[in-house]
Ligand binder design. Structure first.
Ligand SMILES: Cc1cc2nc3c(=O)[nH]c(=O)nc-3n(C[C@H](O)[C@H](O)[C@H](O)COP(=O)(O)OP(=O)(O)OC[C@H]3O[C@@H](n4cnc5c(N)ncnc54)[C@H](O)[C@@H]3O)c2cc1C
Length: 416
């Protein structure tokens, strides 16, 4: 067809990672098309997601550079993190069951005045990304529509949509989430492990001030996180065995609140559920490869991890920063951005960090999700030791802030 537009990049999936990538690429001068099977209005409905994400301060620097941070309507801060090992009924308090706990505060990051992290409801992040993307002339949004196939034409890739349209680009990025169609269609294998846990997610309002403290409370059934949101609310990620989780979400609200109250103890006063309740199966899913010629993966399409340390979206934002930097640099040098040599640089940058984060979260969940007395003793000593050793504690705090390893420009707060 004459005058057919050939995009630099087509992104399948305009979720949190896909839209962030579109903004990053456009900021470096590339033309981008983003296809999502849902219209933006559907993704903004409270009944769509229900999750909130802890966003590391380095990732928030990038969202700031891309003009997203200023659009976020309700931005919470995490000033302290308390990691406690306990049993239902102990309450999420410093010291936990046997008086040992791990504690970070924002003074651990001495060179900046940023908080340890930010807390944002996913619907607010989506809304902010949506507003920012709508102002960029070089981002074309195609919704609601789905990518249903693609063909490598040599110098370009042709992408087929459910609506019957087809489009061409130099590169297709699969940012289409855990069940990634792009990953499957490209024949990229996935290593998948279950945790026999479901994450019950909701938002609660609290009687006493949370003072911007995030609690990671390890219970025998799995981690229980209380994450501070604006207006003295908190996002809850409550892991339970799947059959028990299925029974819990069917209980009347007052009974769920009573269960929550047992886990909170009295530290934050009365707990009241103020949002719908969601259940997410918790698994570890790692793609065996990050790319093929003309196709790359980013975000949950490349790696879905346990939410224990709130790192899933943060890993996705690190993919965005690294991929955008490499593609913009290669484009400016006149290189083919769909070429395997270019994409290998992206994979090499992201492979080790992703594996380290995924496996540390995995080890944490496996070590803590039980009530075996000797293990409980060892892990409590471990938490207490890390807490007492300043440099080790600072290392963990900087890791949570996403500033370990070679940082792409966007994560340092620099434009491309
Ligand atoms: C309980 C829980 C709590 C979490 N808490 C945190 C946290 O505190 N901090 C953190 O960093 N991370 C957290 N995460 C992880 C985080 O939510 C995910 O990593 C993040 O949402 C992944 O974003 P994504 O854009 O890669 O995928 P998704 O959000 O799944 O987006 C994929 C998009 O692709 C679209 N799509 C799918 N298929 C197609 C197709 N064929 N064509 C077109 N479009 C398509 C979908 O409509 C969707 O919009 C948590 C996860 C869970 C389960």
């Amino acid at each position: 067809m004459e005058n057919e537009e050939i995009f630099d990049v087509i992104i399948a999936g305009g979720g949190l990672v896909g839209l962030s990538l579109a903004l990053a690429l456009e900021s470096g001068g590339l033309t981008v098309a983003v296809v999502d099977r849902l219209a933006p209005s559907q993704m903004l409905e409270p009944a769509y997601d229900g999750r909130s994400c802890a966003i590391a301060y380095s990732a928030m620097r990038m969202l700031d550079v891309l003009g997203v941070k200023s659009q976020i309507q309700e931005l919470g801060e995490i000033k302290e993190i308390l990691v406690v090992d306990g049993r239902v009924g102990d309450g999420a308090k410093k010291g936990g069951a046997i008086g040992l706990s791990l504690h970070f505060d924002d003074a651990e990051i001495t060179e900046t005045d940023e908080p340890l992290g930010y807390m944002v409801e996913n619907r607010h992040t989506r809304l902010a990304l949506d507003k920012a993307a709508d102002t960029r002339p070089n981002i074309t949004r195609i919704t609601p529509d789905s990518v249903v196939g693609f063909t490598d034409l040599g110098a370009q890739i042709e992408v087929k949509l459910q609506s019957g349209k087809s489009m061409k680009a130099r590169l297709l990025v699969g940012a289409d989430g855990r069940g990634s169609f792009i990953r499957r269609e490209a024949g990229i294998k996935t290593h998948k492990f279950g945790y026999n846990q479901t994450g019950i997610v909701t938002t609660v309002s609290l009687e006493k001030p949370h003072n911007d403290v995030a609690y990671e409370y390890f219970l025998p059934a799995g981690p229980f996180a209380i994450l501070p949101l604006p207006d003295n609310r908190a996002s809850i990620v409550w892991s339970e065995q799947p059959s028990r989780a299925a029974a819990i979400v069917e209980l009347p609200q007052a009974e769920i609140e009573a269960e929550l109250q047992k886990r909170f103890g009295d530290i934050l006063g009365k707990v009241t559920i103020c949002a719908p309740i969601f259940a997410y199966p918790l698994t570890l899913e790692l793609a065996a490869d990050w790319y093929l010629p003309r196709v790359a993966l980013a975000g949950d399409a490349a790696h879905g991890i346990h939410p224990v340390a709130g790192q899933g979206f943060n890993l996705g934002l690190k993919d965005v920063a690294a991929l955008a930097e490499i593609l913009v640099e290669s484009h400016n040098l006149g290189l083919d951005i769909g070429d395997a040599n270019v994409l290998e640089r992206y994979a090499a940058w992201r492979r080790t960090d992703t594996l380290m984060v995924a496996l540390s979260c995995d080890a944490f969940v496996r070590l803590f999700s039980n009530d075996i007395a000797p293990l409980r003793f060892i892990r409590n000593i471990g938490l207490g030791m890390v807490d007492k050793i300043g440099p080790l504690r600072r290392f963990f705090a900087r890791n949570a802030g996403g500033v370990i390893g070679e940082l792409p420009k966007l994560l340092q707060g620099q434009a491309l």
